[in-house]
Write a protein that binds this ligand. Structure first.
Ligand code: DGP
Length: 113
């Protein structure tokens, strides 16, 4: 979807600090980090939100978590811990309507709510 900023980042037509990319997903630094480590992991294919994750998306949805685990381990935050967040629609606080997994860590997030 050419008007979607995350599609543009995946395609390389918008700038972002990409930290991982494969045939299914892309991970990059969040532009407004809420923690020392704040990465977004997104499907390469445009999926609006969790509400649009169908059975055919199982491999991609699984890959989002696998890459989150890998990036957390690489950054040395796996044992201290981290938070994965998926906001969905307005009540969930979703602002970019391309499915994304927030990976937050590098400090205690218990006070974050
Ligand atoms: P959410 O509220 O869950 O939809 O979070 C969207 C996140 O996306 C928010 O933390 C800021 C981030 N974001 C929005 N636009 C851009 C962008 O152009 N580049 C990057 N790297 N992050 C973005």
């Amino acid at each position: 979807m050419t008007s979607c900023i995350f599609c543009q980042i995946v395609a390389g037509t918008a700038k972002a600090e990409i930290v991982y990319q494969d045939e299914l997903v892309t991970a990059f630094r969040d532009i407004h980090p809420a923690a020392p480590i704040h990465l977004l992991i997104v499907p390469n294919r445009h999926i609006e939100s969790v509400n649009f994750v169908g059975a055919e998306e199982e491999a991609t949805a699984g890959r989002l978590f696998g890459v989150a685990r890998q990036l957390a381990a690489e950054r040395g935050i796996a044992s201290d811990g981290y938070r994965l967040v998926v906001n969905t629609n307005h009540h969930g606080g979703q602002t970019v309507f391309h499915l994304h997994l927030h990976l937050l860590g590098g400090r205690s997030l218990r006070a974050m709510g």
